[in-house]
Design a protein around this ligand. Structure first.
Ligand SMILES: *Cc1c(COP(=O)(O)O)cnc(C)c1O
Length: 388
């Protein structure tokens, strides 16, 4: 085990050591960490729903009837009426024929590649895609090709080459809808057009758009008016803006049946507690009804950008709740995050390999639960820390 110790020591030296912080409260604008009250700017609970009384009530009420554990996988006897109803609600909400629930977004992404592509096929991914999409491609037998961030010209060339070399291959394009560490969005309409033109399938991972984007919060596809034909495989998570846990894939009847028959990360795992599905349904109802949450979030994003724009710092071109501040050096990013923490502000430093070398950053996330004065407090603290 000496090797492991040496490797860990090296990690520390490089400013890459990761540490968990233990939280003693619910998610929200205010949290308690290590016994200290904190103002949080790092949760993906973008709408402030993770601790909502109605969602908690739905969860508890469901346990009265269904208990806690689901007991087995969906294909054995773990598929409850609540899971079923939740899937129907998600299909309707996203305008798809059907939806399928997964325990986590990570597993949903693994399901797509394991069920849809094989040895003779090819996967095309944006270089900045989430790690779970990258792992999904690595675990499949398909050829894995990556293109520069949002570079559709390069992608078009890769697709053309593939069509010439292997006309029969299935081609699956996979991309984050909102890039998780940058906050910018995919040029979805152009990408959908390219997928059609090149006879490829398009899968979008809307982990950070679902609940937040679109008129009623159904995500990037709703905002960009992209149908099931445009984006045949739509994935989104339920542990971020929805405030609960899990994920789903939505699409055609044939897609969902194929996943049920052959997606290993669907078949060989215990279903999530039915109460999770009840909580998700209550949350979706709030998301649909309470558009003020999305409106307030947009206002806060604009306010943050205006205030931070006055400082001398590098902000990424993001219009979403993810507002990363690029610091560059790993140690400096970590030091700033630690100084903020000491002042009661929780912002995480994101370092390689989560982001490319030399682009360590503070990943600031905003929530509808924030107030403008919270942003003032953060920007004032950053103004002092960024000068040296
Ligand atoms: C968080 C995230 C996932 C993983 O979802 P989990 O439910 O946390 O496993 C997948 N894709 C993207 C883009 C994410 O941000």
């Amino acid at each position: 085990m000496f090797e492991l110790e040496a490797e860990l020591a090296l990690r520390k030296q490089q400013g890459l050591y990761r540490q968990r912080r233990t939280i003693q409260s619910a998610q929200g604008r205010h949290t308690i960490i290590n016994g200290q009250p904190m103002l949080s700017f790092c949760s993906n609970d973008y709408l402030g729903l993770a601790n909502h009384p109605l969602i908690k009530q739905a969860f508890v009420q469901a346990t009265e009837h269904y208990g806690v554990g689901s007991g087995s996988a969906h294909l054995v006897n773990g598929h409850s009426q609540l899971h079923h109803d939740c899937e129907q609600m998600l299909a309707e909400f996203t305008g798809r024929d059907r939806a399928l629930l997964f325990s986590t977004g990570y597993m949903a992404n693994l399901a797509v590649t394991s069920a849809l592509v094989g040895r003779n096929d090819a996967i095309f991914q944006d270089r900045l895609n989430h790690a779970s999409l990258i792992d999904a491609a690595k675990l499949s037998d398909a050829k894995f090709l990556r293109y520069q961030h949002n570079d559709l010209e390069q992608l078009a060339r890769l697709l053309d080459d593939s069509r010439v070399q292997k006309p029969q291959a299935r081609r699956l394009i996979m991309a984050d809808a909102v890039f998780s560490m940058d906050g910018d969005t995919v040029p979805a309409q152009e990408l959908a057009a390219l997928a059609r033109r090149s006879d490829s399938w398009l899968m979008l991972d809307d982990a950070h758009g679902f609940g937040v984007l679109g008129e009623s919060g159904a995500g990037l596809c709703q905002q960009q008016q992209l149908s099931q034909q445009d984006v045949p495989v739509l994935m989104a998570t339920l542990g971020k803006a929805v405030g609960v846990s899990g994920a789903f894939i939505a699409g055609s009847e044939a897609l969902i049946e194929t996943l049920i028959q052959s997606a290993r990360s669907y078949i060989f795992t215990t279903a999530t507690p039915p109460a999770i599905a009840a909580a998700v349904m209550q949350s979706i109802q709030l998301i649909q009804q309470e558009s003020w949450r999305r409106e307030k979030l947009l206002e806060l994003i604009a306010y943050f950008k205006q205030r931070i724009g006055a400082l001398d710092c590098e902000l990424m071109p993001s219009d979403t709740a993810i507002q990363p501040l690029v610091i560059g050096d790993n140690h400096r990013a970590l030091a700033i995050s630690q100084q903020l923490f000491a002042g009661g502000l929780h912002v995480t430093a994101i370092r390689p390999p989560t982001v490319p070398q030399g682009t360590a950053r503070l990943r600031i996330t905003l929530s509808a639960a924030h107030e403008k004065k919270d942003i003032d407090q953060l920007v004032d603290a950053l103004a002092l820390l960024l000068v040296d």
